[in-house]
Design a protein around this ligand. Structure first.
Ligand SMILES: C[S@@+](CC[C@H](N)C(=O)[O-])C[C@H]1O[C@@H](n2cnc3c(N)ncnc32)[C@H](O)[C@@H]1O
Length: 445
């Protein structure tokens, strides 16, 4: 769960390049058909091309998580210790366990070690192939059933006694986490079954950190080149990012913002008020938000600044400008997170009163953090008339030929014959077809 570009909400994107999907191990996974059998590509094409074409698919699928990132999660000791203890408390000999977002299968393996009779590991990422290999190596290959799909597309022969997941980003309000857990709870959990985690509590505080805040002012408001870069300022101050804050940087005691109870939650949107009366002189540079996890009764971990650093870190929401605060100042923040098109739109409205005087009145939102946000929203309106570009014709050409009869190579040959300028090289056509075929693969979702 390393964090990507500031505040994109796609916290999982950045990872080391040294994952299995880029190294020579690719060969082992690449020289297969899309359904896992030795593929026609390996007969038709030289090995390196097969490798290249299929590793493209693997990387496209794996975008967001690489094997190295899954390793980082497993070596996050406080997190793993708590998850392992929660499993120990919940899994009984004979239990049926569902592992949502299994990654390389760590929770599934632990469930087997605890005596689970059957485990369903569901994971859309190609890492599931590694999970399968690892399950075999540990003698659990026959007890773990692997499903390369999203949990929302999964059907189980019987409901699970235990559902375990960690679909969070820096915060639990991350992509479709809430919807996936609510769906699994409704459809896939046995009555009286156990959900791990049970709930997450979200907290916030004001933070003082001039060094952290510097790139929100420089170079936008001042720079050494006598240039006006101020147009960038509204964008950066409406963007959140991952940080690892220290306890002494908190200007006020943590305030509870929201509790996500996975046994009852339905709505992915969260809004709540935060209020503090300042007790000491300081400069607030923004809000820091984190969560405490309760995985099972009495078992959890905390991402609070000052606790041992966890992989999640905390989220920093900058203020429009640094706020000099004095004892007695009243700070009120309305913090809201709304899921729009698979990503959270954050809003933080801040009002500071010093006696009768309004010291600050900020209205900030990640909506203003992207130059394209408004255009993008307009393009999703019901009255917008879309116009497709040339790529649509190419996609249509390929999709019409994916009929369960033609091989990828045949489709690619036809594609490069029809669009010779776009696909001068056969391997480019093949990669293009393979990507599309993978996207619409029957039974994949
Ligand atoms: C943070 S990783 C967790 C990996 C591993 N379970 C662990 O905790 O170490 C989350 C994983 O969930 C997967 N994922 C996200 N939403 C999912 C869903 N609805 N169904 C199945 N997997 C999902 C992602 O592809 C990713 O591999």
């Amino acid at each position: 769960m390393t964090v990507g570009p500031a505040g994109t909400g796609r916290e999982h994107v950045m990872a080391s390049d040294s994952g299995w999907d880029q190294g020579s191990d690719t060969l082992r996974f690449a020289d297969v058909n899309l359904d896992g059998r030795p593929g026609p590509l390996s007969r038709r094409l030289p090995g390196p091309i097969v490798t290249q074409a299929l590793s493209c698919i693997a990387m496209a699928k794996a975008s967001g998580y690489r094997i190295i990132s899954y390793g980082d999660m497993i070596t996050d000791q406080p997190r793993m210790d708590a998850y392992a203890r929660a499993l120990r408390q919940s899994v009984r000999p004979g239990s049926l366990v569902l592992d949502i977002g299994a990654g390389t299968g760590i929770f599934s393996l632990l469930a087997c070690a605890l005596g689970a009779a059957e485990v369903h590991a569901v994971e859309p990422n190609e890492a599931i192939e590694l999970a399968r290999t690892i399950a075999g190596a540990n003698g659990y290959g026959d007890r773990i059933h692997f499903h390369q799909t999203l949990s929302t597309a999964l059907r189980l022969p019987q409901p699970a006694d235990v559902i375990i997941s960690d679909l969070r980003g820096v915060l639990p309000l991350f992509q479709h986490h809430i919807a996936a857990v609510a769906d699994a709870r409704r459809r896939l959990l046995a009555p009286g079954g156990v959900l791990i985690p049970a709930r997450d509590r979200l907290w916030a505080a004001l933070i003082e950190d001039p060094k952290l805040y510097r790139p929100y002012e420089e170079p936008w408001l001042r720079n050494d080149f006598d240039l006006d870069l101020s147009a960038g300022h509204p964008l950066v101050v409406n963007t959140w990012r991952k940080i690892n804050a220290k306890a002494e940087q908190l200007l006020v005691p943590p305030a509870h913002w929201a509790t996500l109870d996975y046994y009852t939650i339905e709505n992915p949107d969260v809004s709540g008020e935060l209020a503090w009366t300042v007790e000491r002189l300081g400069t607030a540079h923004g809000l820091v938000v984190w969560f405490d996890a309760e995985l099972a009764e009495g078992i959890g971990f905390s991402n609070r600044p000052g606790e041992p650093e966890l992989i999640y870190g905390q989220a920093f929401f900058p203020f429009e400008s640094a706020l000099a605060l004095e004892p007695g100042d009243a700070v009120r923040v309305t913090l809201s997170a709304n899921l729009v098109d698979g990503d959270y739109l954050w809003r933080w409205d801040t009002r500071v009163r010093s006696g009768d005087r309004i010291k600050a009145n900020f209205r900030q939102s990640t909506f203003y953090g992207s130059p394209l946000a408004l255009d993008k929203l307009k393009r999703r309106a019901a009255d917008y008339v879309p116009l497709a570009d040339d790529k649509a014709g190419i996609d249509r050409f390929v999709l019409e030929r994916i009929d369960g009869q033609a091989s990828l190579g045949e489709i690619a040959e036809a594609l490069s014959a029809r669009y010779p300028e776009r696909f001068a090289e056969f391997k480019d056509a093949l990669t293009y077809c393979a990507d599309l075929a993978e996207r619409y693969r029957a039974g994949s979702e």
